[in-house]
Write a protein that binds this ligand. Sequence first.
Ligand code: FPP
Length: 288
Amino acid sequence: MWGAAYMWGAASIRDMQKICRARLFVGTRQTLVLGQLEMGTQPLLPPGLRHVAIIMDGNGRWAQQKGLPRLEGHRKGAHSVREVVRAARRLGLSALTLYAFSEQNWERPLEEVQGLMQLLHDYVIEERTEILENGIRLQAIGNISRLPAYVLAPLSSLIAESAHNQDMVLSLALSYGGQESLADAMKKLAHEVAQRSLDPAQISEEALSARLKTAGLPKVDLMIRTSGEQRTSNFLLWESTHARFYATPVLWPDFGKDDLLMALSAYHSDDPSAAADPDSAKPGSPDV
Ligand code: FPP
């Protein structure tokens, strides 16, 4: 889709989006989300789309382009997080997983790491009511024991408080690495074998999935990466084996609900049973 927009000589990303919208209006299956939104009716998720994962990239470049400190890019990026979580919930997504802080991010300058931790703390405090009132279950995946106590405490409280919510699971990947989380799951399996509570013959894909922090979530259907990069960067390696990958040139601080809808509209499942699954196309709120 973006390729076509480029070919047509679009002047800017917003121009490209307009062109894409025009194309989406023609009447293919991909018109579902955007077409309905633009006609003012309730947007529907494409059939089979339950779990979206996002690699939020480009905060630094956004700030650099504006001559601002990198932290301003992260600050604006936190606003995008709020908007996208709200839109995902209203659309009726079952699961949204955001790559907020990788294991490698600890190597960034101390000031930037501290700024990101403060933003995370503020997010958990400020979004508490919205998360609880909107049926969102918050969880963290990654090595969160590395987080400073002033972040870990409110994060753990909100995880516990929201544990019974059932409308959407919001997973924040924090101090996260896909290979690291696989190694952790394998350690658990090995430990259980050593304890003789698990027979090696019982080790299977399901057994490993059940020992990941993403256990119980639907498989990732769509992975979005902002800022034009096309790498998966150690994110949800196991869980996104069959995911569609959607790369957009939009930098994360500029990414909003319209960009989310654009990405969702590009999704179509290869699974023929998905189209017949009534749960896979839950109506969302008209004011997404
Ligand atoms: C990548 O941009 C983004 C990050 C490393 C962190 C993402 C954090 C946020 C969106 C804000 C806080 C999060 C929450 C959940 C409130 P980059 O710095 O690598 O950008 P660049 O590639 O342009 O340098």
